[in-house]
Ligand binder design. Sequence first.
Ligand code: HEC
Ligand code: HEC
Length: 295
Amino acid sequence: MKTSLSNAETRSSRRGKKVSFLILVCVALLGFLAVTKGLHAQGKNPLAGDPKAAKLGEFEFRANCAFCHGLGARGGGRGPDLTRAQKRHGNSDADLFRTINEGVPGTAMPPNGATQQGVGMTEEEIWQVISYIRGVEKKADAASVGNAAHGKELFYGTAACSTCHMIHGKGGRLGPDLSTTGSARSTEYIVESVRNPSRRLAQGISEAMKEFSQEYETVKVETADGTKYVGVVLNEDHFTLQMMDTRENLHLFEKDKLRAFEKTRESLMPAYDQKTLSEKDLQDIVAYLLAVGAQ
Ligand code: HEC
Ligand code: HEC
């Protein structure tokens, strides 16, 4: 049997426990905030200058990012060159953290945790990846040596890129829109696309966001009445083929109604050798694409 006194005692000791528990929670919260602040909100890489962090980051990068950004972060067919000092989505540590953690909505750049493995990186691992990127970054942009204004003249003029490519709504539609190519592709990739277009075909627009996107394959078609078309494949399934011919007309064919149908991996884009387009002029066009991509 409990007396009212002992009841009061337990109550007060309970209250005491409650209070000390609350204090504990506050201290823990403050500690947590301090830690996360140190890692995140402060916006500076807490692991900067730690070679071990960069090494671990390289490992993370190979597992989660190289698939799109290429080995050594020099860019691949699906992601930009991250060794460029100038980043489109901001150059500060905090900007990089945000881009990597949240992704770039509307592009192939996924938020943290949405990659194939589906396992997100911890904040510490993100900072390690940033340490790695800082380690491979070039001090100045090599591509900025080109003359973007002259590149633009060539693009719409003698090099005739604009007959097939659009930039910000101006130009042809047979080839992919190049408005974001400068930010999404490495410099090497762009140069190779121009010198040797068939080696690696561009990914199709219609499916650009999918894991396995359609490529800009070339297709030759002969209809039942003998009309021939050459163009690029826009969409295809077992029964139908959607294509754009070289005069930018769209067609939808039922495959079994065609007299002939042949797909090749020979690009419709002419290969520009050194005679048609000098190394310097190509650098200028690349500079133009990079300048457009940075907008
Ligand atoms: C499925 C392909 C893909 C994967 C995987 C991917 N990225 Fe990206 N990333 C992209 C694309 C595409 C962009 C360009 C987005 C745009 O158009 O601005 C990009 C942009 C970025 C940028 C911004 C570059 C700039 O100029 O501002 C950073 C930084 C970046 N990625 C880091 C990473 C890191 C680190 C990983 C791995 C954790 C990763 N990415 C995984 C495709 C990918
Ligand atoms: C006759 C049409 C035509 C002309 C002219 C042309 N292209 Fe292309 N281009 C294409 C087609 C079609 C593709 C898609 C197939 C491929 O990847 O080769 C393409 C692909 C590309 C790609 C790859 C894009 C990506 O996202 O992968 C780049 C870069 C490119 N062209 C740049 C240029 C530049 C620069 C010029 C001018 C010097 C040019 N093109 C002239 C038709 C053309």
